[in-house]
Design a protein around this ligand. Sequence first.
Ligand SMILES: *[C@@H]1O[C@H](CO)[C@@H](O)[C@H](O)[C@H]1NC(C)=O
Ligand SMILES: *[C@@H]1O[C@H](CO)[C@@H](O)[C@H](O)[C@H]1NC(C)=O
Ligand SMILES: *[C@@H]1O[C@H](CO)[C@@H](O)[C@H](O)[C@H]1NC(C)=O
Ligand SMILES: *[C@@H]1O[C@H](CO)[C@@H](O)[C@H](O)[C@H]1NC(C)=O
Ligand SMILES: [Zn+2]
Length: 961
Amino acid sequence: MAKGFYVSKLVAFVAIFFAIAAVATIIALAVVYSNEKSNKDSESGGTTSETITTRTTSSFQPGTGSPAFGPIWDRYRLGKHLVPDHYDIDLRPVLTKNDHGLYVFHGESKAHFTCKVIIEHVVIHSRKLNYTEEPILTDADGNTISAKKHFLAEKTSYLVLPLNELLQPGKKYTLHTKFVGELADDLAGFYRSEYVEDGETKIIATTQMQATAARKAFPCFDEPTLKATFSITLRHKLDYVALSNMNVLNVTTEQWQNEPWQITKFEKSPKMSTYLVAFVVSQFKADGDQLIKIWGRKKAIEDENQGEYALNVTLPILEFFETYYNAPYPLPKSDQVAIPDFSAGAMENWGLIIYRETALLYDNRESSINNKERVLEVISHELAHQWFGNLVTIRWWNDLWLNEGFASYVEYLGADHAEPTWNIKDLTVPYDTHRVMAVDALTSSHPLTSKEEDVNTPAEISAFFDSITYSKGAAVIRMLSSFLTEELFVEGLRTYLSQFAYNNTVYTDLWNHLQAAIDKNNFQLENKIEDIMNTWILQMGFPVITIDTTRGLVQQQHFLLDPKAVVTQPSQFNYTWIVPITYITRTSLQNHFWLKQHSDVHTPFDLSGQGNNWLLANINVTGYYRVNYDDGNWDRLLQQLNTDLSAIPVINRAQIIDDAFNLARAEIINTTRALETTRFLTKEVEYMPWQAALNSLSYFTQMFDRTEVYGPMKAYMKQQVTPLFDYFKNKTNDWNIRPATLQDQYSEINAVSMACSYGIRECGELATRLFNLWKNSNVNGIHPNLRSAIYCEAIARGGEEEWNFALEQYRNTTNAQEADKLRAGLACSKEPWILNRLLEFSLDSTIIRKQDTVSTITNVVNNVIGQNLAWDFVRANWGKIYQQFGGSSSFGNLITGVTKRFSTEFELYQLKQFKEDNQDIGFGTAIRTLDQAIERTEANARWVNQNKAIVQEWFEAAVKP
Ligand SMILES: *[C@@H]1O[C@H](CO)[C@@H](O)[C@H](O)[C@H]1NC(C)=O
Ligand SMILES: *[C@@H]1O[C@H](CO)[C@@H](O)[C@H](O)[C@H]1NC(C)=O
Ligand SMILES: *[C@@H]1O[C@H](CO)[C@@H](O)[C@H](O)[C@H]1NC(C)=O
Ligand SMILES: *[C@@H]1O[C@H](CO)[C@@H](O)[C@H](O)[C@H]1NC(C)=O
Ligand SMILES: [Zn+2]
């Protein structure tokens, strides 16, 4: 799956400092949401299972479920008693409500399996399926095996069929079932999605099986190692089209309830895991050819050609991966479908990838370059999985990091192949490495992998879909590929894929293949791959490397953002890592050194007596660690940046800022040292260093934008941004053409949005002029890249008239990306009464969709004038808000959002009071974030106390008269 929160990365960034604790939650949001729902549902069930003991207890693999004794169906793990060979699945989704007001699907299935141990019942996953006839078990000759009445073990999601005779090892059996399930709008299993086209509501039946929802569509042995082949049949009305993993085999028609229906049969699939099964019945249209098709709403595909970009890049990316993996694309076709409102970003179902619209569709007129990059990356990510993940699959979810981390790393390689001018590979540093370090530096973090036996329930599984899994996974795999060289990495990868095709692995299988490639090529590496990587995978966190260039001394230490934090999780490596340190000096080319203990001396790190020579470590941030130096080296590095920044690679210019601000938060270096790293920005025009500064300073903005520190801070930032603004004004011929490269376009966007928000008059005038042109002509001539910044500034400067115009545009647009930009702009008004109106609208679902309520309120908080209004609004409406959203997992974001600026005793008091006052109503999923908010307010208060005077003085001194 692609990250659920692939939301605008540019926007996401700004939130990083105050959302640290919540980041993991946000990322897993969609998955958690669907899981929460299903958990709730299964808890409300409660069929009492008859007490049937089993002879197979002892043969059950120990440690794979609980309890250790008792019937198999009390455990979450199936074991391998019955191993599936093939499924025949026949489903009829009925896209109109039945007499009970439900949308349902009717199903019929034959699960063919081989018995491995003597057993007296069939236990197969099944969730929320009603069996309309008694399941029948037959042997290979078609004889029925005598059985008792079936029952459902709801907590563990099983259909259990107790037998009157024993099944024999080595023999094959078939379980015949007929069932009906609800086609709910719960985004899991076989579910329903709706959209309006030409005034008519259209219904789609679609799937999302990962991780544990295939059992909600048909009874199956729903674990990734239990691979089988699938023959799927879908029944639907004639004006619908059916898609599945494979090509259509043949089509016939039938009469059903006095109407003609089409029966679409699909070819038999290769052996695959249940979580990759997919099918879609819709009235979608496609763009493409025999091999590759992009599907979506008719308007998007046929009228607006929004599938063209996806179509353009898919073939090059597929060809790239065929070469990279040295293996042909494993399936006869690739369909990619855009579903309105899909839970995750996308899902890599084999041959039938399903996306949310914003991750697949691109509209030249309405979408920004950031929207386009996201489409490219998500496509590349999902295509990478077609081999790594689908052809070769992890044995169990505890190794999800390998699957997702790998795809999150190679997605940049595939994307780079399709858009070679974009320099997209570098972006993994801000998007993955730096972003996840913010989360991984907390004591609440966790190691990449855990023991298989510790991961059993659907909730435990879905907890793995977090930023550690995706982004730290990507960062450590990038580090591995970088110290091994990409050639060796690919060599090991290729033999791994060919050995385990159609099979399952654990991560050490990949290490073994890489080690074999190392040995075969006599590559010099003192430690085994496994020993190096274990230090990064089996313990949470990462080190800060401190290099003392006065003595050549190098040390490592577990990096924690909060200096007062206490680590309670033990680590077998005592929080030391085997660290590949790459470095340059002013006078020497790149070299490397392995730090294997807590500290070591490396003579080339000793620069004493070398004048203004400096040392810079972690070149291009290929290593997953932060770096600190002695004061002298910091001085010389900053001196270099201020005189000639080109001597320092651009990624490292971002790194210096990001590391320095984080080291300062951790009280390892002074805050003023961190601030010093922003001085060179007057000469910087590249995206990454500026973005690092923006992220780093967003915390300062939150802490100080209501205090006297903000005046000097704003003056300083205006001074720093002015050259950047002028540079792009010139380069874009007064904002009329876009810069050529992706990162320059991002830098231009930053230039405009910072210039406007730090008060460069020309920027404000530009915004008002462009916005009024649109308002007066009704033709939006603002380039999509600049819309967010322009809307916000123009509405901030404007009054009721501008705001009403934007609201009207918001209500009329049919493009979700455009609607988001406008909705964010509405929150930029400086008029308290207008902001209050927006807050009221946020609870009126005829104006703002429910899914956007929380982000609308937090948008208002991003506006300093909205801070208290939003806090008052939330307190005044807590009962209503809680009632509507208390169960959704994004609910915590609301608390995190409205309290992000809190840093005073009085705010702490209010927060505690709020908690007390609403005990009777409750806080739902936000209870943990509420406690975190209290903790964070205390930490903020400490930080402001320590830093306020120093920071104010620094900003005042740094502004040149
Ligand atoms: C399945 O049975 C339960 C209990 O009778 C019922 O509430 C539910 O609506 C049924 N589901 C479908 C899809 O018919
Ligand atoms: C469709 O294909 C299946 C499997 O080969 C076959 O059994 C069936 O007879 C075919 N139906 C038609 C109408 O060709
Ligand atoms: C797709 O490729 C064609 C041919 O190169 C090009 O003309 C078109 O602009 C591309 N479309 C998009 C959206 O990039
Ligand atoms: C799958 O891998 C396992 C473990 O390496 C091996 O024992 C088994 O033979 C493989 N199965 C197939 C079908 O290749
Ligand atoms: Zn993925």
